[in-house]
Design a protein around this ligand. Structure first.
Ligand code: HEM
Length: 462
């Protein structure tokens, strides 16, 4: 085994590295790969802990398969979101993490998940019915509205009414702070988390969080007082779930996981959908081929048939490959000495699989900056070569749900509307907090209804 030594990386002061990483993450990661290869060390973030970035599939396999006792994510690895709470899946590690994953997995998979198809379709139709023919609009806000409603209705199980409206208003205010830079700084530097009254940024945040908690706990209380066995939303299923000792989830666990799913699943799904609309309309052959496939599925595609559609799947996969909305998997903290690619990593080191860099390896994805769904029809990639949802014990628990929602929304919109991009300017990827999003939200124009829908509409009007 080699002596303890970190992989090479830039020698510039940590503050400058942090600035580069915040301002132009993709270019910075690419420049480091060119110079140092597929494993390098950066010193970024509030405490400048060395972070080892990795885009080598064998090393990623090792990370995803190493025992979590030796290498794991969670709060000790620096995953801290003040909104989520200590029982959040993202914050937990070890046995409690494992227990919580077991309880949360069934509602987000299989037949239970497919049953939300109708709801997703209805929400999509309702939101897109506000689009006006000939008027340019940004797609991202519509996708945010869809994914937000899907989470509040399918996951929280809320129905239209005063509680739904209040929760929606406070959550929107909380997730779109008036001073986003200040919010990021407060999360990075806890010393800034000072409640100086209801006008101060942290004071506003704390009061919003309290209102959200009150609304969620009121919902949980009501469900316990008036149980309804016919309910199939994810909160109801979580309330019925029991661990190996027969114990249900506590109210705090239920609250923390609901908020975690909202934070982890809302903006990610919306952003990826906006990218998908961009690429589908940017490359005309892709749109044509996709419409041909969707047309064979009929007006109300069966969820199982939709999930099996090969070209739709390839388009979604390529969208998630090219600009993965999560550039990085979660930090993993080395807990006992670990050798990776000949480097002996000491406890306390952070290891980070770079999803973006792995997805742009020319040996795996030739002409990696081009949108080519065919790559996913021509060959199969391992889960260490293609990892938009991360992997191992931390793999995104909402993966199946997000893919299903993505396919349902795309099929519903593309079968109904004829759309095009509002201009020819290429859309650039930019950092949006921890995510990678389209620079201006993707501007499009609706040209009209697709001919077969026009026919259905005319027939029903006769
Ligand atoms: C296209 C949409 C999405 C993308 C690209 C995405 C991506 C990711 C990634 C990269 C991770 C980290 C995995 C790792 O480090 O190995 C993750 C974790 C997670 N995601 Fe997602 N996600 C999406 C949608 C969702 C949805 C819809 C939900 C919930 C309904 C969700 C819930 C979570 C949770 C709870 C975790 C933490 C898992 C753990 O720590 O055990 N995500 N996601």
């Amino acid at each position: 085994m080699s002596a303890s030594k970190l992989p090479n990386g830039p020698q510039t002061p940590p503050l400058i590295q942090t600035f580069e990483w915040m301002a132009r993450p993709l270019e910075y990661m690419e420049a480091c790969t060119q110079r140092y290869g597929d494993i390098f060390t950066l010193r970024v973030g509030p405490v400048f802990t060395p972070q080892v970035f990795i885009s080598n599939p064998q090393a990623i396999q090792q990370i995803f398969t190493t025992d979590p006792k030796q290498l794991d994510s969670g709060e000790p690895a620096g995953i801290k979101f003040p909104l989520l709470g200590k029982q959040s899946l993202l914050a937990l590690e070890g046995k409690p993490h494992q227990r919580q994953r077991k309880l949360l997995t069934p509602p987000l998979h299989g037949e239970r998940m497919l049953a939300y198809g109708e709801l997703i379709r209805d929400i999509t139709k309702q939101v897109t019915s506000r689009w006006r023919v000939g008027e340019p609009f940004s797609v991202l806000p519509s996708m945010q509205e869809i994914s937000f409603q899907v989470i509040l209705k399918a996951v929280f199980g809320l129905e239209d009414g005063p509680r739904y409206e209040r929760l929606k208003l406070v959550l929107i205010a909380l997730m779109n702070p008036k001073k986003p830079l200040m919010r990021t700084l407060m999360i990075l530097f806890p010393i800034l988390q000072q409640d100086l009254g209801s006008w101060s940024p942290w004071g506003i945040f704390k009061r919003q969080r309290q209102q959200i908690d009150e609304l969620i706990y009121a919902e949980i209380r009501e469900r316990k007082e008036q149980p309804d066995p016919s309910r199939s939303d994810i909160l109801s299923l979580m309330m019925l779930a029991r661990d190996e000792e027969g114990q249900p989830m506590t109210d705090v666990e239920l609250r923390d996981e609901l908020i975690t799913m909202l934070v982890a699943g809302h903006e990610t799904t919306a952003t990826v959908l906006a990218w998908a609309f961009y690429w589908i309309h940017r490359v005309p052959q892709v749109r044509e081929k996709l419409l041909q496939e969707l047309d064979t599925l009929g007006d109300r595609p069966d969820p199982n048939a939709l999930m099996r559609s090969p070209y739709l799947n390839a388009v979604c996969s390529e969208t998630l490959r090219l600009y993965p909305v999560a550039m990085l998997a979660l930090n993993r903290l080395v807990k006992s000495p670990l050798e990776i690619m000949g480097y002996q990593l000491e406890p306390g080191t952070l290891v980070i699989p770079s999803i973006y860099l792995t997805h742009h390896r020319e040996d795996l994805y030739p002409q990696s900056k081009q949108f080519k769904p065919e790559r996913f029809l021509e060959r199969q990639f391992t889960q260490y070569e293609y990892l938009p949802f991360g992997g191992g014990n931390r793999r995104c628990i909402g993966m199946a749900f997000a893919l299903f929602e993505m396919k349902m929304v795309l099929a519903t919109v593309l079968s109904s509307w004829q759309m095009e991009l509002a201009d020819d300017k290429p859309v650039q990827p930019v950092r949006k907090g921890a995510l990678l999003g389209p620079s201006d939200g993707v501007w499009m124009i609706v040209r009209g209804m697709r001919p077969q829908n026009q026919l259905i509409l005319e027939t029903s009007l006769r």
